[in-house]
Design a protein around this ligand. Structure first.
Ligand code: MGD
Ligand code: MGD
Ligand code: SF4
Ligand code: MO
Length: 894
């Protein structure tokens, strides 16, 4: 036992900005055993479903294994020379602003640092922007306006110390699950009040004392109203305001409009009782943490939303104190690291700024360069627009999938298609962006990389190498440095090891960083680490003046990075979103995330367990709107507007308001032909931050008039181009154990659809075909060597029909009881699990329902006790509670 525990290696989760510590150990299957790191201060041993399933996503399947140029595999030296030569050529002919990097919060700090150094320091352009533009840029802009620098003063323990936690535009339960568990535990201990401000009733509302389902986009009205309320109710902290802030009068004058509760009611759609209840809670609790995320940032008024929140914290002096702070939580594992090293087009490295000659000088000297960019570059959407205009002729995309995740997706795909040079570094072989790449560069994946990431509370943690790299994958920093050297910048990119880069970055943070001009981002305590110390580095919150010393709280002394040293109130005008519902597009589409998938699913899509929770692109709609549009639960609906169209499975739910729809953006060309929601999103952005509006899109909805529907399981993937040729059909793909499940809804007749699908899988299973024709369903199975390699059911409509057996029959012999389901069309009751609810303990909906009914269980705790469901990460407890409540409702009706 002792031997095996010695092999656990400490690292950091690949996914969200909570930055949980993980311990991982290679196992015999070539994957990883994973457990939470009990010593890591972000999670103290806890992990969520995605973190726990990391072992399932580290196989070599689907990996990009070698570099290629124009579709031809080649060695590294050829690919790197090619990129360097092309970049130099384009710069020579069209100038340094004709090239661009589009990077990501999923790069490590070392990768990010080198990319920024190459573009801003040596190519001499600021055309490097990051997917954090879509994610954090409104918060960055808000922090800079209020505090003078991009400082997040919050720490996770604040959530535990607070008396009141406000979650606004954050579905913490699904998107930062371990923080949600910490909040839930704190509430159980000392009854923390929780307010959720979100147009949707999310899983986070499970622990809310108050849910404010405000109108989408109306946050500024609500928070301006709060500022006015605090003023008129004598709740301002005058001493703090006088000593540490400027600009309250203007902010109050702007908020004046919302000193009338009626005006707030009109804009937010909330009742006076709801509004006043929230304001009273805020006024009564000094220890208030306001957590905000994409419902705030991803808006054409995102920056004003952020500042309207910060204004209320400044007005009450609640900044950077234990249990009392505004807290923008980051999304990606290294969103914060990217902000530190200057990944955004409008920032220099280490919180130094454009338009600041002393900073230009410091960086130029440190990097020994004469070509440092001195002006901000193009923000993500502008960057792609400039590419459309032909001003940018080469784009290098690293660790992001803009062909799916940027708004106005069809246009982005057209732009990438016509761009003269597209270079993509990715660890996977296929995503929508790679399909446009002229040069593909294989990067190491999470389990192979080594470096550092910074989480939401500014804690730097090591990501450590766990497994050998398949094929020729390389660290991103190595790829960028090699191109840099080949472009002629030999001296500046001579890194031998990621530790060298980290050390250089830490030293950069200390430059000119003392006295009156000091910056809070200071890593002087890490600047002299030996490679060995870097290997051993423990999670460390910044600033780090001395290694292993606790980091001081930030902004708690009321000193800010503004010229006067005082925080700035910002007068935030309330402006409704640019695009409003109309007669043609009467519904408002809100987009975000599902519990178990990560972004464009290049990795979580590989896990059968994670794929089960929400297995298809679904759109949630209110009962009223569904009936108006003649939609039933389980139907396929088409959403469309000026931008484009997409299809979704209908989910009728109480959790969206009338007039609103919700879906996630996880599906791509890789796993559907028509389920990409960004096809519908307009390119409008916040005028200050440049962040797109992902949460407020007017659309129309209509039923997809289907004639047939099929479900097909196969043991290997079908070429998606062939599936796309099925006329009038919508398909999605889901990873299941031992294979893939395709769902196809079609305007073809059932027999046409059946025949065409048969021809698609002929090559897989030529040996033996079983065909069962039933009046309503046609069922087929292909066998090779007596085992099922593909099976299918086709009907007019499969809505509500039992097809669960399809999940289990692949690779089983014909004699197997499970395969017999094919003949009966009914799942063997003994083997049925229903939809997987508890991913950790593998407990399905049916088992939970059965336990509730048979044992008359009345609480989620009892269900956990009897079935183990919910005893792992706890993410599913909200759903278990829902099942308990549903059962209680059914029983009370009968
Ligand atoms: N499971 C999972 N977790 C993730 C990710 C993932 O892909 N999957 N991605 C990570 C990343 S990169 C990010 S950025 C974070 C995002 O984390 P979150 O921001 O928590 O997630 P979202 O679902 O995008 O949006 C949050 C909520 O904003 C609400 N909202 C919409 N419009 C408004 C509005 O006008 N006002 C208010 N107050 N609320 C509104 C939405 O209904 C939604 O519930 O999640 C991270 N964690
Ligand atoms: N409709 C809608 N759209 C949205 C949002 C929304 O709420 N609604 N949210 C936005 C937000 S907040 C975000 S953060 C973005 C996320 O959107 P993206 O960044 O486009 O999404 P990912 O799927 O995470 O793409 C990461 C890519 O990097 C690859 N990769 C992973 N690790 C590495 C690595 O170490 N090196 C390299 N080179 N590649 C790697 C993965 O295989 C994958 O292809 O989406 C945005 N788009
Ligand atoms: S909360 Fe989940 S996804 Fe986020 S870092 Fe922790 S384990 Fe990973
Ligand atoms: Mo994000």
């Amino acid at each position: 036992m002792k031997n095996s525990t010695e092999k656990w290696i400490k690292t950091t989760c690949a996914y969200c900005g909570v930055g949980c510590g993980i311990e991982a150990k290679a196992n015999k299957q070539g994957t990883l055993d994973i457990r939470g790191d009990a010593e890591h201060p972000a999670n103290f041993g806890k992990l969520c479903t995605k973190g726990l399933a990391l072992g399932e996503t580290v196989g070599h399947e689907g990996r990009l294994l070698s570099p290629s140029v124009y579709g031809k595999s080649c060695d590294w030296s050829h690919a790197l020379d090619f990129v360097a030569k092309q970049f130099n050529q384009i710069i020579k002919e069209h100038g340094r602003h004709a090239v661009a990097f589009y990077v990501s919060g999923q790069l490590l700090t070392e990768d990010y640092y080198v990319a920024n150094k190459l573009m801003k320091g040596f190519i001499g352009s600021s055309n490097i922007d990051t997917n954090s533009r879509l994610c954090m840029s409104s918060s960055v802009a808000g922090h800079k306006r209020a505090f003078g620098a991009d400082i997040v003063p919050g720490c996770y323990e604040d959530i535990e110390q607070a008396e009141l936690v406000i979650l606004t535009g954050s579905n913490l339960a699904w998107c930062h699950p371990v923080l949600f568990q910490r909040l839930k535990a704190a509430k159980a201990k000392h009854n923390t009040k929780v307010v959720v401000i979100d147009p949707r009733k999310t899983a986070s509302c499970d622990i809310a004392d108050l849910h404010l389902p405000l109108n989408s986009g109306s946050d500024v009205a609500l928070f301006n109203g709060l500022l006015a309320y605090l003023n008129t109710h004598d709740q301002l902290n005058q001493a703090y305001i006088n000593n540490h802030t400027e600009g309250l009068d203007l902010a109050l004058a702007m908020a004046e409009e919302f000193s009338s509760i009626e005006n707030i009611e009109v804009e937010t759609g909330l009742s006076a009782e709801q509004i006043v209840a929230f304001y009273q809670l805020f006024a009564e609790h000094d220890k208030t943490v306001t957590i905000y995320s994409q419902g705030i940032n991803q808006s054409t008024s995102g920056t004003n939303k952020v500042n309207s929140i910060i204004n209320c914290h400044l007005a009450t002096g609640r900044i950077g104190l234990p249990g009392s702070t505004p807290f923008s939580v980051t999304g990606q594992p290294n969103a914060m690291g990217g902000r530190e090293v200057g990944g955004l087009a409008n920032m220099l490295a280490s919180h130094m700024d454009f338009g600041h000659p002393a900073h230009h000088e410091l960086i130029s000297q440190f990097w020994q360069t004469e070509t440092l960019a001195k002006e901000p570059g193009r923000k993500a959407m502008d960057m792609f627009e400039a590419t459309e205009q032909g001003e940018i002729k080469a784009v290098w995309v690293m660790a992001t999938n803009p062909a799916v995740s940027l708004p106005d997706n069809q246009r982005i795909n057209r732009i990438l298609n016509q761009c003269p040079l597209v270079v993509v570094s990715d660890c996977m072989a296929d995503n929508d962006t790679l399909r446009h790449a002229h040069v593909k560069l294989p990067a190491q994946g999470w389990s192979e990389k080594s470096g550092t990431v910074t989480n939401s509370e500014r804690r730097i943690s090591r990501q450590r190498r766990l497994l050998p790299t398949p094929g020729e994958g390389k660290p991103d920093w190595w790829i960028i440095s090699e191109v840099a050297k080949r472009m002629g910048f030999v001296e500046a990119f001579q890194y031998q090891h990621e530790a060298d880069i980290f050390q250089e970055y830490c030293q950069l943070t200390t430059l000119g960083n003392s006295g009156a001009n000091s910056r809070l981002l200071n890593l002087s305590g890490l600047g002299q680490l030996t490679t060995e110390q870097y290997h051993q580095l423990k999670p460390q919150q910044w600033p780090v003046k001395t290694l292993d010393q606790p980091s001081p709280r930030l902004l708690s002394d009321g000193q800010f990075a503004t010229p006067s040293g005082k925080a700035q109130f910002i007068a935030c005008p309330f402006r409704p979103a640019i695009n409003q519902p109309s007669r043609s597009y009467p519904l408002l589409l809100n987009t975000g995330r599902f519990r178990d998938h990560w972004h464009t699913m290049t990795r979580t899509g590989l896990s059968p367990r994670l794929s089960e929770h929400t297995s298809e692109p679904t759109v949630t709609i209110s009962l009223e709107d569904a009936s108006k549009s003649q939609l039933n639960c389980g139907d396929i609906a088409q959403l469309h507007n000026q931008q484009g169209q997409a299809y979704f499975r209908v989910n009728i739910g109480q959790n969206v308001k009338k007039g609103n729809l919700f879906t996630a953006f996880h599906w791509s060309d890789n796993n559907t032909n028509m389920g990409k929601v960004t096809a519908l999103i307009s390119p409008d952005t916040d005028p200050i931050s440049g962040q797109p509006e992902f949460k407020h899109t007017p659309v129309a909805i209509s039923p997809f008039w289907q004639q047939s529907e099929a479900q097909l399981v196969v043991d290997s993937a079908i070429d998606s181009k062939q599936l796309n040729r099925l006329a009038g059909s919508f398909w999605t793909k889901q990873t299941i154990n031992r294979g893939l499940l395709y769902r196809i809804t079609s305007a073809l007749t059932p027999s046409q659809l059946g025949e065409q699908l048969q021809s698609l899988i002929k090559h897989i299973a030529s040996s033996q075909l079983i065909s069962i024709n039933h009046s309503e369903q046609h069922r087929f199975a292909h066998l090779a060597n007596g085992k099922v390699t593909a099976a299918m059911v086709v009907a007019d409509n499969l809505n509500g029909q039992d097809t669960e057996y399809l999940f289990t029959i692949l690779n089983r012999p014909l004699a197997d009881g499970l395969v017999q389901s094919l003949f009966t069309g009914k799942t063997d009751p003994g083997s049925a699990t229903g939809r997987l609810v508890c991913v950790c303990k593998n407990v399905g909906e049916k088992a939970i329902r059965q336990a509730i009914e048979q044992q008359r269980l009345t609480s989620a705790e009892q269900v956990t006790h009897c079935t183990q469901a919910g005893s792992g990460c706890g993410n599913c407890l909200v759903e278990i509670q829902d099942l308990v409540e549903q059962s209680a409702t059914v029983q009370s009706k009968t």
